[in-house]
Design a protein around this ligand. Structure first.
Ligand SMILES: [Zn+2]
Ligand SMILES: [Zn+2]
Length: 191
């Protein structure tokens, strides 16, 4: 895979580098590129009464960006990263959204910082959460649906505790389904 990480109104390059690093470890044959251009937040996605952004509109803007820039760099996955609070109809908020078996995905960092929950800042925890959400959404683009195993990265997170409970890895069942995207030459543990 060649994954393009696209910041959406986000200037924190450090978190983008950390996400790229986390993705290339799990999808170890893949290349992660970080887009130099920053996508502006689409104002039409804003819902003033909820003070949140409708995720699907932003996802569609990411898809449009992919269409417009297809010739400039080669990628077959695009991950938008935003700092605004996302929602989907019927849900209070979402951590991210992706096209099932598609190209585009987005994640929001808004609810990943411990400060959001009144806790002490913890950069490592914030980064770990962002990487898990990124792997989860890329997993959807590879055709994976939500997994019942609460420690699998493809488990659905209703709240941040569920994100913290899962690992940044696919369970064996999910792993088998996307084997060709993962490193087939991983050395056995005993070496
Ligand atoms: Zn999901
Ligand atoms: Zn799983």
């Amino acid at each position: 895979m060649r994954i393009l990480i696209l910041p959406i109104d986000l200037r924190d390059r450090r978190i983008l580098n950390e996400i790229a690093d986390g993705l290339s470890k799990v999808f170890s044959g893949s290349l992660c590129l970080i887009s130099k251009s920053i996508l502006p937040i689409p104002r039409k996605a804003y819902n003033a009464s909820r003070r949140q952004y409708l995720s699907t509109i932003i996802l569609n803007c990411v898809k449009d960006y992919a269409e417009r820039n297809r010739n400039k760099s080669t990628f077959n996955r695009i991950l938008g990263v935003t700092d605004v609070d996302l929602y989907a109809p019927g849900l209070n908020f979402i951590f991210g959204e992706a096209e099932l078996l598609g190209e585009a995905a987005i994640i929001s960092l808004y609810r990943l910082r411990p400060e959001f929950y009144g806790e002490q800042p913890n950069r490592d925890l914030f980064t770990e959460r962002a990487i898990k959400e990124a792997i989860h959404e890329i997993g959807h683009t590879l055709g994976l649906r939500h997994c019942p195993n609460p420690t699998c990265v493809m488990h659905f997170s209703l709240h941040i505790g569920m994100t913290d409970r899962k690992r940044r890895e696919f369970c064996n069942g999910c792993r088998r389904k996307i084997e060709r995207y993962l490193n087939p030459f991983r050395a056995p543990d005993f070496l």
